[in-house]
Design a protein around this ligand. Structure first.
Ligand code: TRP
Length: 342
């Protein structure tokens, strides 16, 4: 097996939804047996970049998110699970990298422009928010990560990380920082219940931890082909680009159903033999079977007081060991010896 040093992080947004799962977490799980191993991080300082004015939820959101990580199978014995703000080296490296990162690189970052337009309810024209990718680069470069499993939206940040690493090595004439590679998920994008991108801000999410009745209700309210109103309607005429077009239920059958049932399901939908109500019932069965075990596990983990805290605390200690070694290398390259170092 080729060597992989993996690092990734998620902002503490609370309970994870299916988009979070298929966007990144499913790859985090697959990579867990990599050698020399994985670092997975609660990116709480990144939450501060947009939510600095109200930090009251950061702690509980982090707790909910980590419970989902554990319930899905992230194992603190295999991977280092830690909290960014407990490893101060992230801030130190971010500071140094900020010195060599041209402003123009940050200003042209597409996620920066997008968020400036979207988050109109707060003032994010701050130094910290513009520097978001510098902090992310520090997260990755501190661990000499070779691979970073992320959602597609993070690709511009990965590219910036590579550029920053290259610039550092060039300026200080040393190959200190390693250029990482992204690992993207191969599951197609999961639509939200209304057919738009699944996102907390659209209120259209199915959460991994949704209890049975909630899941059932959400599936029943899912958007289906608007041309299929009665059960025996044949739906959208052929040919159409998607099969059936824009139907969220079918998109989820593709993920959760057995592959050999998809062809017949589509044929029955189109011929009018299968109505949306029955089709949704089937989907509930498949999804409930798939999501049930982790939901159970989460319920029992919830009862263990201080579990998340102690896992993150142990993990942060391990993360600090690696991070502080890298910071020494960086300080040497920049010729800023640490106080006790030589
Ligand atoms: N920016 C990432 C997101 O919003 C979270 C993140 C922070 C991250 N630091 C990282 C992802 C380092 C990968 C590597 O999803």
């Amino acid at each position: 097996m080729d060597k992989k040093r993996v690092l990734s992080g998620m902002r503490p947004t609370g309970k994870l939804h299916l988009g979070n799962h298929f966007g990144a977490l499913s790859n985090w799980l697959k990579l867990q047996s990599s050698d020399p191993g994985c670092f997975y991080m609660v990116a709480d300082w990144h939450a501060l970049t947009t939510d600095y004015a109200d930090t009251s939820n950061v702690e509980s959101n982090a707790g909910e998110m980590v419970l989902d990580w554990l319930a899905q199978g992230l194992d603190p014995k295999k991977s280092v699970l830690f909290r960014q703000s407990w490893v101060a080296e992230h801030a130190e490296l971010a500071l140094i990298l900020s010195m060599i990162t041209p402003l123009s690189w940050l200003e042209r970052n597409p996620t920066y422009k997008e968020q400036m337009n979207e988050l109109k309810d707060r003032d994010i024209s701050t130094h910290g928010f513009l520097g978001y990718p510098v902090l992310q680069a520090a997260d990755i470069l501190l661990y000499h990560a070779s691979h970073v499993p992320v959602g597609e939206d993070q690709l511009p940040h990965l590219e910036l990380t590579r550029e920053i690493a290259r610039r550092f090595n060039h300026i200080y004439k040393k190959q200190v920082l390693k250029e990482p590679q992204a690992i993207l998920s191969n599951t197609p994008k999961v639509p939200g219940t209304d057919g738009r991108k699944m996102s907390k801000s659209y209120d259209n999410c199915v959460y991994l931890a949704d209890e049975e009745p909630v899941l059932k209700k959400k599936i029943n309210s899912m958007y289906t082909d608007p041309q299929k109103i009665r059960a025996d309607d044949p739906g959208h005429p052929l040919p159409c680009p998607e099969n059936p077009p824009g139907c969220v239920v079918f998109a989820l059958h593709k993920i959760y159903g057995r592959p050999e049932t998809l062809g017949p399901r589509e044929a029955d939908c189109r011929s009018g033999a299968l109505g949306c109500v029955a089709c949704k019932k089937d989907l509930f069965e498949s999804m409930n079977n798939a999501l049930g075990p982790a939901r159970e596990k989460r319920r029992s983990l919830e009862k263990e007081k201080d579990l998340v805290r102690s896992i993150l605390s142990d993990g942060s200690k391990k993360a600090r060991e690696t991070a502080s070694r890298t910071v020494e290398e960086i300080r040497r390259a920049v010729r800023f010896e640490s106080e006790g170092g030589r």
